[in-house]
Design a protein around this ligand. Structure first.
Ligand code: SF4
Length: 161
């Protein structure tokens, strides 16, 4: 019987894919990420691109003080549906690959896990989580940010036991 190692969901921009709103990546240079990549453990997704948005695209921020939460671009377009669709696709990817751990980009209205912009396009962060992170956590998937690779690695070890 072949034993497959558990997989990890990762924000595509952290692997160097140029999928950010500004057309750039957010490549994370970390030996552990490089090793996991080499071992085919990482499953990458950009929820916003998967949700149907183009790259580059207008910056968007989560309006987290309003319920239900909306994602609005700087041009005042409502892109909530695309963000939600991308979040669902990330969840489906986790379910189909039996993924219990995600490493996502901090601060994003999709991928943020501890903080997000305040919704007023003034580069101010507030505590909060993006829509993809929220949906994954609601489905018992543990999310760490790209600033928490130590913690993510320790958690990954528990999945191997
Ligand atoms: S939605 Fe997530 S994966 Fe896509 S560019 Fe933003 S932070 Fe990166």
């Amino acid at each position: 019987m072949t034993h497959t190692r558990p997989k990890i969901l990762i924000s595509a921009c952290l692997l160097g894919e140029q999928v950010r709103y500004d057309g750039k990546d957010k490549l994370l240079n970390d030996d552990r990420i490089a090793n996991w990549l080499q071992q085919s453990i990482l499953v990458a997704i950009c929820p916003e691109v998967s949700g149907g948005l183009s790259t580059p695209r207008a910056p968007a921020e989560l309006q987290s003080r309003i319920e239900p939460q909306q994602v609005i671009t700087i041009n005042n377009a409502d892109v909530t549906d695309a963000f939600k669709k991308g979040a669902r696709q990330a969840l489906e990817l986790c379910i189909s690959n039996d993924i219990k751990l995600a490493i996502l980009t901090e601060g994003s209205p999709s991928c943020g896990s501890s903080n997000i912009n305040d919704g007023q396009f003034r580069h101010r962060k507030i505590p909060g989580e993006g829509l993809t992170t929220k949906l994954l956590r609601e489905n018992n998937i543990t999310v760490f940010s790209h600033l928490e690779i130590d913690r993510a690695e320790r958690y990954y070890q528990t999945l191997l036991n």
